[in-house]
Design a binder for this molecule. Structure first.
Ligand SMILES: [Zn+2]
Length: 360
C-alpha cells in the first residue's frame, strides 16, 4: 500500500488515521492548499502542501539545539499534513537560519529534490557567494552531501515543476525576472505609479540576503509571496519601475520583519490582505516594520509568530494575532487555501482560532 503511493502524501492513510485538522478545514478532506509557518525562532521554515499533496519546504531553520527545528518541521509535515517525505526543499540563501536544518531533516525524512540559488561549484559567472557555504563549512558539507545528484539552481524566471500550483522565481542571486519574460512581448509593461515616492536606495547589501530567492505561488486567484531575506535595493527592483509582482493575498513578511528589508514601495505595491511574520522573540519584528504593515490599508490581519520582547507591546501586532505567547515558542500558524484559490483561512496554532479571508 505504502509503496503504491510513494511520491505522495499519505492521503488515504491520513484520512483513515483521522487527521482532525484536515476535517476542520475548508476544501474538506485535506484537499486545500496548506501553508504552514513553522516556528523556528527567527529562522525560516515555511511548508507548502498542494491540493495534490505535493510538499515543498521553503528553508529549513537553524541547526543544532538537538535538532529542534528539523523536529518541528517533521512534526508539521508528518503529523499535521500527513506526508511521509518531502518532495521539494527550496533554500532561499546561504544563511544558517535558512539551511541549517538540512542535516537534521535528512536524518528523519527522505527529500527528493533540492532547489537553491546556486553554489560556487556550479561555475555561474554571474553569481557571487559572499557568505559561503565555504567548502569546509560543516553545514555546507551536510547540504552538499544531502543534495548530491538531486539539486538544481534556480534563476529568476524559472518555475518549480509542481502539479496544480504555480511557483515562479522572481529574484535570485540579486537579479530579478526579465519584464518581457514576466508579461510577454505583446503585453504592456505595468509601470508602477508608486515609484515616484519611493525612499532612496540604501548602501549595497554585500551579504547573501540580497541574493535570496523570491518566489510567487499562485493557485487560482490566490497568491503568496515569499522573498526569504531579500533586502531593500533588490526589493525595489521587483516593483520599480515595472511592477514585476502584482497584488498578493498572503505576504510572508520578508527577513523576519527586519527594517533593512520590507521596502515600503514593495509592500504598498503588493498590497497584501494578510501578512505573516516569521520573527523570533529577539530576532526581526522591527517596530518600523510593524508600523509600516499597520499603514497598509489592504492588510486585514498582520500575524506574528512571536512578540518581539525587546520592543514595546504597541510596537507589535495585536496580541490575538501573535502565535507564541511563550518565548520558548513552537506554535505554528497554518493557512488553508480553498482548492480553487477563492478564499483562505488562517489558523493560530494546531487547533486555535480561525479567520477566513477572500482572495482578490
Ligand atoms: Zn533569515
Amino acid at each position: 500500500m505504502v509503496s503504491q503511493i510513494r511520491g505522495w502524501c499519505l492521503v488515504l492513510v491520513s484520512l483513515l488515521a483521522w487527521v482532525p485538522a484536515a476535517w476542520a478545514q475548508p476544501g474538506a478532506a485535506g484537499r486545500s492548499l496548506e501553508i504552514d509557518f513553522i516556528d523556528v525562532m527567527g529562522g525560516a521554515a515555511t511548508l507548502i502542501v498542494t491540493p495534490d499533496r505535493e510538499s515543498i519546504l521553503i528553508d529549513s531553520g537553524w541547526p543544532g539545539l538537538e535538532d529542534r527545528d528539523p523536529q518541528r518541521i517533521v512534526h508539521a509535515l508528518k503529523d499535521l499534513a500527513g506526508c511521509d517525505h518531502l518532495d521539494h526543499l527550496v533554500t532561499t540563501h546561504w544563511h544558517t537560519d535558512h539551511f541549517g536544518g538540512v542535516a537534521g531533516l535528512t536524518r528523519r525524512i527522505r527529500i527528493d529534490h533540492f532547489w537553491d540559488r546556486g553554489l560556487p561549484e556550479d561555475g555561474d559567472p554571474r553569481l557571487d557567494f559572499p557568505d559561503g557555504p565555504k567548502p569546509g563549512d560543516p553545514l555546507g558539507q551536510a547540504y552538499r552531501a544531502a543534495s548530491q545528484g538531486k539539486r538544481k539552481a534556480l534563476k529568476a524566471g524559472d518555475t518549480l515543476p509542481l502539479k496544480g500550483l504555480t511557483a515562479l522565481v522572481l529574484a535570485s542571486g540579486g537579479m530579478v525576472i526579465d519584464p518581457v519574460q514576466r508579461f510577454g512581448r505583446s503585453g504592456e509593461l505595468p509601470l508602477n505609479p508608486l515609484c515616484g515616492e519611493a525612499p532612496p536606495d540604501q548602501a549595497p547589501d554585500r551579504s547573501d540576503n540580497a541574493r535570496s530567492l523570491a518566489l510567487l505561488f499562485t493557485l487560482g486567484r490566490f497568491q503568496f509571496f515569499d522573498a526569504g531575506d531579500l533586502t531593500w535595493n533588490v526589493e525595489k527592483k521587483l516593483v520599480c519601475p515595472v511592477d514585476l509582482i502584482g497584488k498578493v493575498d498572503l505576504y510572508q513578511v520578508t527577513h523576519h520583519g527586519m527594517d533593512i528589508s520590507n521596502h515600503p514601495t514593495l509592500v504598498r505595491t503588493i498590497a497584501p490582505t494578510v501578512s505573516i511574520m516569521n520573527n523570533g522573540p529577539r530576532k526581526g519584528g522591527a517596530a518600523a516594520t510593524v508600523k509600516l504593515l499597520r499603514s497598509i490599508p489592504t492588510i486585514e490581519a498582520a500575524y506574528q509568530l512571536h512578540r518581539n520582547v525587546a520592543t514595546r507591546p504597541e510596537d507589535n501586532t495585536e496580541p490575538a494575532l501573535i502565535a507564541n505567547k511563550d518565548p520558548a515558542g513552537g506554535q505554528i500558524i497554518r493557512v488553508f487555501v480553498d482548492p480553487d484559490g477563492s478564499s483562505f483561512t488562517v489558523q493560530m496554532g494546531e487547533d486555535g482560532p480561525k479567520r477566513r479571508f477572500a482572495s482578490r
